[in-house]
Every structure is written in structure tokens, then in C-alpha cells.
Design a protein around this ligand. Structure first.
Ligand code: ADP
Length: 534
């Protein structure tokens, strides 16, 4: 049977639009193993995607068959996900750092037809997908072909799955988020409407490819006709390397989680002045500790800083400029209004829509760019794709985010925390973010994280803070006294420790499970000071 072609919105078509208009413009600028920069034009990227598509087509797969792509972000990885999109083969991105056990559980779950790994990555003996292949600038080489399918489909529809991204677990147990071509294309068109990036931008992407923040960077850069600049992991390993790379690659927009900036702010903030071409920083994934954000603004006086809020289930929900300067005393950041074409509504505990400014509720997202469902998990899907609280009679589903926000006077929202970061302490409801916000108001503290730690059959609150320089010391007694003045007694942590770095997940978010473990151990790791108020 003929190869199925897209009929309707398709990620390939959107991202390769510029290939017809500006074929010679660099689509991707990346460093090779020696750190030398290379450009790949839109024309060449399209050519590579077409070459890959021809090889994939030769395997006789059907629309909907999954392809696991194991790679860092690179021109070749982008070409492969474009080729998959063209043929209606949902891609599932994983990183070279993904542990075998996790990759194995993903492979068992999605049963991919093919596991394609970037050239240079070792085979994973334990991880057996039906077919295996490797790919690079020279082509896609099939090592073991999957069994040929009977093609049941004639065309790739907008409702077909573009990709499946597994969440990392900061929002509960990892789930495979299924996104359709229509959802991702609708989302990226909204980014074009809001002009997040322009064709003159060089967009640095710093997240691992398994995190949809990387797909966001690829999508925003290519749909705008801009240039994508993947930053290699080794170039993120030190502030000097990172800043040197961003400078040499002429980057104008950087995408990354807040923790991306922590080492440079802490060790060598002056380096940031070298980023003369930088016009915007987009952060997402978690809250940006306010003291670090102020410092970043100070060191990058010419750059907009944009707070991207949202979840994999809709790629993102809102993009809000951080006010410059940030008003004194501000602890919580605005997540503003939803992006073009979407709307966020707050819902209180009784299911009513919050309309009074100052009140808090759970964010429900109404958007034509919502995910299709969790892979093979109708129950989990039904728990978050729910009736519209404004008027359920339409039968239309909205996303229940699990995030709390406060309503502002103009209908804008301020992020408060995840519903599951609310903990109960002896009958009192405690918002961990409030404790963290209080700690970051202490002079010298730039970031903080609190956790409920098991202790002698009970649970106690403990906190870790990051200080503004490697040699700074924490007066833990004074910190606890400050908390005691600012917070109700049941919210005062039992202890506070200074740590060199908050533990991070593979995606660079605070790893709350690991933090809890570290705080539970009497010595923790890398403590410089430790005091208790018990
Ligand atoms: P996981 O972390 O499990 O891999 P996601 O990356 O989809 O899954 O996490 C989405 C969650 O991250 C949101 O529901 C929210 O709690 C948090 N988040 C994302 N962006 C922001 C932001 N700008 N400010 C605060 N929290 C954010």
C-alpha cells in the first residue's frame, strides 16, 4: 500500500514551512564533539528528514506505530522526529541518560516498532524493542527491522498521535502523555500569535530531549523560521562553558529550567554580561526562586525574562513577562493569563468557579491544544480530563492541572503550588511553598525547599536553603527565629540546612523525594550548617 501522507495539521508541515521560504537560513546551529559550531540549513534539514522518512517507509510500518528516539537534541534528532511525523509514526523521546530500568518500562509500555538511537550511543542489551536502528547526519541505518505490518491506514490525520512524552514524576507517578498533531500544531500557532520568538532569533534549548521543554524549543524555533541552538550537556557542566557557548553561538533566547542559572549566579554572575545578544530568557517547569530571579534580571539588563507555566498535558499554558523590577516583598510570581486561544479558570474545593480576587483555587485549563490522554491509562486520563466546571452540559473536557493559584484583580493568576505539595501537620494544612517563600526572604538565601520528613513515627517539616555564594554561611538559629516570627508555629521547620545545591531530577527540577531522603538522614549531604529548633 502507498505511503500514508498527512491530510491536515501535521508537525512536519508546520516546522518545515520555513524550508520553502528561507531554505538557506540555518535551522540548527550545533557544536560537534570538538566543540566546533556547524550550521544546518532548513533545506538540508528537510532533505535529511526526507531521507530518514524513505528508510522508515521501507519498513512498512502503519500509522500509529511508535518509534523510540534515544538522543540528545541535535539536527539529526530533529530530522528523525520530523520524519516520524510525516509518516504518522508517534515518536517517544528518551535521553541517553535515561536509566535502563526506566527505558525498559517505557518500551514495555509503548511496545515500539523501532528503537532508534543517535550515532555513538551504546546498544542497550537489556532493552529489546522489535526493531533497532541508529541515526546521524549520514543517514538512518536499520540494524534489526521490525516485522512488516499490514497497513490499515491511508493517511495521517490531525487527530493522530504526534508524540508520547513520559512525565518525570514530579507531578505524581510517570505517565505517557499522548499529544496529537492537532494539539501540538495549535499550541505552536498560539506561540506564533504571541510572538514568543521571531525569525531573527537563535533559540538555545537546554533540556534533555525526554522532557517536552526540549520539544517546545524545537517547535518554537522552527515554526518561527528561527534557528535552534541545542546546548550539549558538557557545555552545561560549568558556568564558563555554558556562557562561552551561548555567547559564541550568538544566542538571543534561552530556554531552560530555573536551576540552569543557579551555578552561574552563585559562582560567576559577572560572566552573564558577556551575553550581549541575549534578548529573552524563557524559564518553565517550576517556580523560579525570587532572589535568584532578581539577580538574573540585574545581570541581564537587556533581556526579557518570561515565566512559562504549564504541564506536558498541554505543553504549556501561559507565558508571562516577569516585571522589571520585581516589586519589593514579592514572593509569588504571576503566571498571568493563558496563551492565545486558551483560558485558565480557578475552581474552589466545592467545585465552584473562583471569581473574587485574592481567593485561591485549582487551575483548570480550557484549550484546543490539550493532550489526547495518557497512554493506555483511561482511568488516569478520566481523572484529569474532566467536565468544564463553568458549564458541564456542553460535554467538553478541560484539563484539571493539580496546581493552585490565586486570582489577581485583573483576572491574572499567581502560582501558589501543586495541590499535592499541601501537607497536613497535626490537622493544619501547610503549603510548602509558603515556607520556601519565607526562607528566601532571609538575606543571603537565594533558593529554598521544604519537605515533610518522617521522624520517630511522626512527620516533621525540614528545609534546605542555598546561599548566595560558595563561602557564605548560614546562621541557622537566626533563620529559624525569622520563620518563627513570620509563620504560624505549626509551619516553622524543625530544622534548616544550607546545601550547595538542591537535589535535581533528570529534567532539572527540585527532586522532592530525594530532598526528603537527604533531610531525613542525620548528616544529609554537603551541609555547611545545620540547626534545629526542637
Ligand atoms: P513532571 O514534572 O512530572 O515531568 P511536568 O513537566 O508536566 O511533569 O510538570 C508540570 C508541573 O510543573 C505543573 O503542573 C506545575 O506544577 C509545575 N510548573 C511548570 N511550570 C511552572 C512555573 N512556571 N511555575 C511554577 N510551577 C510550574
Amino acid at each position: 500500500m502507498e505511503r500514508p501522507d498527512p491530510s491536515g495539521d501535521n508537525l512536519y508541515r508546520l516546522l518545515m514551512g520555513p524550508a520553502a521560504v528561507t531554505p538557506d537560513k540555518p535551522a540548527v546551529v550545533e557544536a560537534d564533539a570538538d566543540g566546533v559550531l556547524h550550521e544546518m540549513s532548513y533545506r538540508r534539514l528537510e532533505g535529511l528528514a526526507q531521507e530518514y522518512a524513505a528508510v522508515l517507509d521501507g519498513l512498512g510500518l502503519d500509522v500509529g506505530d511508535r518509534v523510540v528516539i534515544e538522543a540528545d537534541t541535535s539536527a539529526a534528532a530533529v530530522a528523525l522526529l520530523l520524519a516520524c511525523s510525516l509518516l504518522g509514526l508517534p515518536f517517544v523521546t528518551v535521553s541517553p541518560q535515561t536509566p535502563d530500568t526506566r527505558l525498559l518500562s517505557i518500551v514495555r509500555s509503548v511496545e515500539p516498532a523501532l528503537h532508534a538511537r543517535a550515532e555513538g550511543l551504546a546498544r542497550r542489551e537489556r532493552v529489546e524493542a522489535q526493531g533497532s536502528a541508529r541515526f546521524g547526519p549520514g543517514g538512518l541505518v536499520v540494524e534489526r527491522p521490525p516485522a512488516r505490518r499490514v497497513r490499515r491506514r491511508r493517511s495521517v490525520l490531525a487527530t493522530d498521535t504526534a508524540y508520547i512524552v513520559f512525565t518525570s514524576g514530579s507531578t505524581g507517578r510517570p505517565k505517557g502523555v499522548v499529544m496529537s498533531h492537532r494539539a501540538i500544531v495549535t499550541f505552536l500557532r498560539a506561540m506564533l500569535q504571541d510572538a514568543l520568538a521571531g525569525s531573527g532569533d537563535r533559540v538555545a534549548s537546554t533540556s534533555p530531549l525526554q522532557f517536552d521543554f526540549a520539544l517546545f524549543g524545537i517547535g518554537v524555533a522552527l515554526s518561527s523560521g528561527a534557528t535552534l541552538v541545542p546546548v550539549r550537556r558538557e557545555d552545561l557542566s560549568s558556568p564558563r562553558r555554558m556562557i562561552g557557548f551561548l555567547r559564541d553561538a550568538g544566542v538571543t533566547q534561552v530556554h531552560g529550567v530555573p536551576s540552569l542559572w543557579r551555578p552561574v549566579l552563585r559562582h560567576d554572575a559577572d560572566l552573564l554580561k558577556e551575553l550581549e545578544r541575549l534578548r529573552s530568557v524563557v524559564f518553565a517547569g517550576e517556580e523560579f526562586p525570587v532572589p535568584e530571579l532578581r539577580r538574573l534580571q540585574e545581570m541581564l539588563p537587556g533581556a526579557r525574562i518570561v515565566n512559562g507555566y504549564g504541564a506536558t498535558e498541554s505543553m504549556a499554558a501561559s507565558f508571562t513577562d516577569v516585571p522589571r523590577p520585581l516589586p519589593a516583598g514579592q514572593e509569588r510570581l504571576s503566571i498571568g493569563h493563558a496563551h492565545a486561544g486558551a483560558e485558565m479558570t480557578l475552581v474552589d474545593e466545592r467545585g465552584g468557579v473562583v471569581t473574587r480576587p485574592g481567593l485561591t483555587g485549582e487551575i483548570y485549563l480550557r484549550s484546543p491544544a490539550l493532550f489526547t490522554g495518557y497512554w493506555n491509562d483511561p482511568e488516569a486520563t478520566a481523572a484529569v480530563l474532566v467536565d468544564d466546571p463553568v458549564d458541564p452540559r456542553h460535554g467538553h473536557k478541560v484539563l484539571r492541572t493539580g496546581d493552585l493559584a490565586r486570582l489577581g484583580p485583573e483576572g491574572e493568576l499567581s502560582f501558589v503550588g501543586r495541590c499535592d505539595f499541601q501537607v497536613q501537620i497535626h490537622g493544619n494544612r501547610v503549603e510548602l511553598g509558603e515556607i520556601e517563600g519565607t526562607l528566601t526572604r532571609l538575606p543571603g538565601v537565594t533558593a529554598a525547599a521544604a519537605a515533610l520528613v518522617p521522624r520517630a513515627g511522626d512527620h516533621v517539616l525540614m528545609a534546605a536553603v542555598v546561599l548566595d555564594g560558595p563561602t557564605a554561611e548560614l546562621d541557622a538559629g537566626a533563620a529559624l527565629a525569622f520563620c518563627a516570627r513570620e509563620l504560624p508555629a505549626y509551619m516553622v521547620p524543625r530544622s534548616v540546612r544550607a546545601v550547595a545545591e538542591l537535589p535535581l531530577t533528570e529534567n532539572g527540577k527540585v527532586d522532592r523525594a530525594l530532598l526528603t531522603q537527604k533531610l531525613a538522614s542525620p548528616r544529609g549531604t554537603s551541609d555547611v550548617r545545620h540547626a534545629t529548633n526542637a
